[in-house]
Design a protein around this ligand. Structure first.
Ligand code: 6PG
Length: 472
């Protein structure tokens, strides 16, 4: 019984996390996997950490190497694999042991699993981990849910392996049951939106301006020195600059334009819908991946309707033109984050989580995929007082006021040029809808009352009304 904890699932993320626990945490880590060769492989490939890695070849062996009370970190694909592994390991655990699901789970599953496990006395913890393979190995951002008392026991294990921002670890307990996984899901929805908006600007620069990938890499690198400074802008520049060893051209030009998805982006949008929050920019990003995967249909539609005509006069890559695109991206980013945060705010109320919204931006500051300078402003906005919606927080109000015109011009010009900017335009539409005091759903309410007697409220007096409308 020498291992401080065990990691079950030796895929890329699980193995990386196990190495991180051994390396940065100095912990002895039991390695478990469905196929046991992998556990030995992970140890043998990392001789410098070998004495702190304990490969195991059965679930009994895995559990028997763990110090009691045991801590087991599950890192397998979301869905059935989690339930399968839980069914395998739970019979070997005892009251007081901790079982962590560190994968990307649907928070509804986490809530269900925690309830199901509770009677056994084992503590089930849903924990979001962001940062991809490199993050998991060297320092991810970690979003912990579950029992707060259990967090006190996990803290010494997780703080040493988490990313550090200004010296403090990017890990925290965010709320009970599914809170950690929910926050990770919204992180991913925002990740999708950020990536899509960057891709849309790339589309403008490529198709309307006609720039080469290296030129765009330089532009993104420049943007990365200002307001847009972020990991995703940085890697966009790296991707654009990469050469293809096979053709000698830019690698990005050889990559098929079909984006996959594993579910988290979609979950974020589904949850936003259930909560009645319009996360439309996130939604546009998820839908864009769906459309991207219909490549043959798109080719056919391009044949029928004509594709995007390149080198349009609307856009220029001069100083002014690039500044406009940069400002548009800043504005849309603020709106996308406002939508993600509105979803978190609503979920916090709905599920009684009391999510620490400023702290969430702080633990996203390093390690995770959406890490950026911009998150500081979110933390500060929440520190400054109550925030109903980020768009209404004074620091953001002034920024969006300065940048919205650029977003408007970019969306208008893109639509005239026939260049799709679904996420940017969704952001703009949300902003315009949000800032319109007198909307148009008074007509919707009239229609609903006419065909279904759904009733309506009046502006000039209290109460619920039904009108006897003429029928069509
Ligand atoms: C992260 C990432 C990661 C996620 C994929 C998104 O925060 O490290 O969000 O957890 O699984 O990067 O996956 P898809 O793009 O395949 O949905």
């Amino acid at each position: 019984n020498q291992a401080d904890l065990g990691v079950l699932g030796m895929g890329t993320m699980g193995a990386s996390l196990a190495l991180n626990f051994a390396d940065n945490g100095g912990f002895t880590v039991a390695l478990g996997n469905r196929t046991t060769e992998k556990t030995y492989g992970v140890r043998d490939d990392n001789p410098e950490l070998a004495e702190r890695l304990v490969p195991t070849d059965s679930i009994e062996h895995f559990v028997s190497t763990l110090k009691s009370p045991r801590v087991v970190v599950l890192m397998v694909n979301a869905g059935k694999p989690v339930d399968d592994q839980m069914a395998l390991v739970l019979p070997h655990l005892a009251p007081g042991d901790i079982l962590i699901d560190a994968g990307n789970a649907d928070f509804n599953d986490t809530v269900r699993r925690e309830k199901a496990v509770k009677p056994t006395g084992v503590h089930f913890v849903g924990m979001g981990v962001s940062g991809g393979e490199v993050g998991a190995r060297n320092g991810p951002s970690i979003m912990v849910g579950g029992d707060q008392a259990v967090w006190q026991r996990l803290k010494p294990l997780l703080e040493p392996i988490a990313a550090k921002f200004d010296g403090s670890p990017c890990v925290d307990w965010l709320g009970p049951d599914g809170a950690g996984h929910f926050v990770k899901t919204i992180h991913n929805g925002i990740e999708y939106a950020d990536m899509q908006m960057i891709a849309e600007v790339y589309g403008i620069l490529r198709d309307a301006v006609g720039l080469r990938p290296q030129e765009m890499a330089d532009i993104f690198a420049d943007w990365n020195t200002r307001d847009l400074q972020s990991y995703l802008i940085e890697i966009s520049s790296l991707v654009l600059a990469e050469r293809d060893p096979e053709t000698g051209g830019a690698l990005v030009d050889q990559i098929v334009d079909e984006a996959g998805q594993k579910g988290t982006g979609r979950w974020s949008v589904i949850e936003a819908q259930k909560l009645g929050v319009g996360a439309t920019t996130l939604e546009a990003a998820v839908s864009a991946r769906g459309i991207s995967s219909r490549r043959a249909e798109r080719a056919e539609a391009a044949r029928i309707f004509g594709g995007v005509k390149t080198a349009r006069a609307e856009f220029h890559a001069d100083h002014e033109g690039l500044a406009e695109l940069e400002a548009a991206l800043v504005a849309a980013k603020i709106i996308a984050y406002a939508q993600g945060y509105a979803t978190l705010t609503e979920a916090s109320k709905e599920f009684g989580w009391n999510l620490p919204l400023g702290e969430i931006a702080r633990i996203w500051r390093a390690g995770c995929i959406i890490r950026s300078r911009f998150l500081d402003d979110i933390t500060r906005a929440y520190e400054a007082g109550d925030v109903v919606n980020l768009l209404l927080a004074p620091s953001f109000t002034s920024r969006i006021e300065g940048a919205q015109e650029a977003l408007r011009r970019v969306v208008a010009k893109a639509s005239l040029a026939g260049i799709p900017v679904p996420a940017l335009s969704a952001a703009l539409a949300y902003f315009d809808d949000y800032r319109r005091a007198r909307g148009t759903t008074n007509l919707t309410q009239g229609q609903r009352d006419l065909f279904g007697a759904h009733t309506f409220h009046r502006l000039n007096r209290e109460g619920t009304f039904h009108h006897k409308w003429p029928q069509a």
